[in-house]
Design a protein. Structure first.
Length: 214
């Protein structure tokens, strides 16, 4: 228990860093993921191709490699940002590929007649998708999106290897101070449980309120 009480502020900073990474990367992943899902079902071939390439490349690229590409590659092209912003970009873009596929699977559950009826009323593709298809698809994708964001929270641990303040990175300081590695990681695990269980509880509420009854 001394590991936590003696270093509460250190754990607090790490937990706050993990929460910030999770929140901002989740928002980016949701926005880009939904956009890529729209691209993948768009009637324009170039958009479908772009969405397919985005998903294929990111889903098959190790996240650590993507961190290296973003944090070390972008500055070579004159893009200089705080490491935390780079970490959010890497996490958000990587997770967006999985969000995209979850949303696309939800879109595929919406009966084709819904879209045809909307088009017969003169709605554009964007209006059909935003006003008719996505609201219905949203109800079916709540569980997989929640699971994906929980994975994002755990994946944020990689950011600690790139000088970003987050929960897992606290073990380095505590190890240097001579604290036992077992209890150090026990309290780190508790911190991640707090984050992931909070996300799980949030999506359970959303599923009970808007999810499709099974």
């Amino acid at each position: 228990m001394n590991v936590l009480t003696d270093n509460f502020s250190l754990y607090g900073k790490g937990l706050l860093g993990t929460v910030e990474l999770t929140v901002f990367a989740s928002l980016l992943a949701l926005v880009v993921g939904v956009l890529m899902a729209a691209f993948r079902v768009a009637p324009v071939g170039s958009l479908r191709a772009f969405g397919t390439v985005w998903v294929t490349v990111l889903r098959n690229t190790p996240l650590t490699l993507l961190f290296f590409a973003v944090l070390l590659g972008l500055p070579r092209f004159g893009v200089v940002l705080p490491f935390k912003v780079f970490a959010v970009l890497a996490l958000g873009c990587y997770t967006s590929a999985f969000i995209c596929e979850a949303v696309r699977s939800g879109i595929n559950t919406v009966p084709v007649g819904q879209g045809e009826a909307a088009r017969s009323l003169g709605l554009t593709f964007s209006q059909t998708l935003g006003d008719v298809v996505l609201p219905q698809a949203f109800r079916t994708v709540i569980p997989p999106v929640g699971s994906t964001l929980i994975a994002l929270a755990k994946n944020s641990a990689i950011a600690g290897s790139f000088s970003v303040v987050e929960l897992l990175g606290t073990y380095k300081t505590l190890n240097e101070l001579g604290y036992g590695i077992i209890w150090t990681f026990v309290w780190i695990a508790v911190g991640y449980l707090i984050v992931t269980l909070t996300i799980s509880a949030l999506f359970n509420v959303l599923e009970k309120r808007w999810g499709v009854p099974r």
